[in-house]
Ligand binder design. Structure first.
Ligand code: UT7
Length: 334
């Protein structure tokens, strides 16, 4: 014990919609093949929230309810709720508020964080600041995306990528020596705003008949440029974090990378000198769920983790935003 308070994840739960959109179905919607998608991206299927009138808060609230039950937490004990999303239910109010309302969390405050596919690492860093300062003692961090709401299913260059999901994590302080979030290196570079964005619906280009006709409410991505930035930035920042803390590849239990593209994941793992078994991947089953992808992997593989395991989180996304986190898992499988 050294008395320094750190933020730890003390529970994790998630929700994915039942509906599965696989590559065979996609190949009937656009000119593509399972082979192209598997070799260029690595996604076989993704979950889609199909029902009208349901948004990110629907999935996020289910994840939160499951988390409260799993951890034996009463809604009134929660003092903060952060929600990382690029697909909020509405422009305002914040989806964090809506989730609080749906889950009976009445004694908390919170807000949404928009950091593209880096949503988890940016919001976890924010969460940690509140926990370390003592301002929050029991926080829920929700990452949720209904990417299908902003995906153009007639555009073969983007529609194979994305899926929907939400994950909720309980974040608490610990003084257990060395556990929790130990360090982060995070970056933004506004050059990215030209290559990955949803153009309309905000204050610069308010919604109009034209913006809808021009398909400006969907994700626009210059895939090749984003790919080049993602490969170099994710690998560079992860290696920088390892060097800063003298972490060797063999010290790392698992790398949990953002699940955008198998080729980006493999390139990052290779630069870090990691064996394949140490890189956790579920892109094949869920696609790119933006800021939710790292928590979705954590939830998926939770039973693998032992107390003291070194996990490296690494992400890259719209903005551009990117970064890497050095985290020590704080509990054994339950
Ligand atoms: O999560 C946030 C960050 N996002 C990312 O990290 C995504 C980064 N980008 C990527 O993952 C890749 O750029 C994509 C997966 C989006 C695209 O892969 P690519 O290897 O960069 O393909 P490309 O755009 O260079 O296209 C190669 C060819 C083109 O045909 P021509 O011009 O060579 O004839 C495309 O038209 O592949 C064609 N193509 C497709 N063919 C079959 C593009 N999409 C498809 C498709 N099926 N779905």
């Amino acid at each position: 014990m050294n008395g320094k308070k750190r933020a730890v994840i003390t529970g994790i739960e998630g929700y994915v919609p039942d509906f599965i959109l696989d590559n065979e179905m996609l190949s009937k919607m656009v000119d593509t093949t399972d082979e192209w998608i598997m070799t260029r991206i690595g996604v076989r299927e993704r979950r889609i929230l199909k029902e009208d009138g349901l948004g990110t808060s629907y999935m996020g609230a289910i994840a939160v309810q499951r988390l409260l039950e799993k951890t034996g937490t009463k809604p009134e004990e929660v003092d903060m709720v952060l929600c990382a999303t690029v697909t909020p239910d509405m422009m305002f109010p914040a989806t964090a508020n809506i989730i609080c309302d749906k889950t009976g969390i009445m004694n908390a405050w919170g807000f949404d964080i928009n950091a593209g596919c880096s949503g988890f690492i940016f919001s976890f860093e924010t969460a940690a600041s509140f926990i370390e300062s003592g301002r929050s003692k029991k926080m829920i961090l929700v990452t949720g995306e209904r990417m299908s709401a902003i995906t153009d299913y007639s555009d073969r260059t983007t529609c194979p990528l994305f899926g929907d999901a939400a994950v909720a994590m309980l974040i608490e302080p610990t003084e257990d020596d060395g556990m929790g979030l130990l360090d982060s290196i995070l970056h933004v570079d506004g050059v990215g705003r030209h290559y990955l964005f949803q153009k309309s619906g905000g204050s610069m280009y308010p919604s109009s008949v034209e913006t809808v006709q021009n398909k400006e409410h969907f994700v626009y991505q210059d895939g090749q440029t984003v790919f080049k930035y993602a490969v170099s930035r994710m690998a560079d920042v992860s290696v920088e974090l390892m060097e800063k803390h003298d972490i060797k590849a063999e010290d790392i239990a698992y790398l949990i990378p953002h699940q955008a593209n198998m080729r980006i994941i493999e390139a990052t793992g290779k630069r870090m000198g990691l064996e394949k078994e140490k890189i956790l991947i579920n892109i094949e089953r869920f696609g790119n769920t933006a800021g939710t992808s790292i928590p979705l992997v954590m939830w998926d593989f939770e039973k693998k983790f032992k107390k003291g395991d070194i996990l490296i989180f690494s992400a890259f996304g719209a903005g551009f935003t990117w970064g890497s986190m050095y985290y020590k898992w704080a509990y054994d499988p339950k």
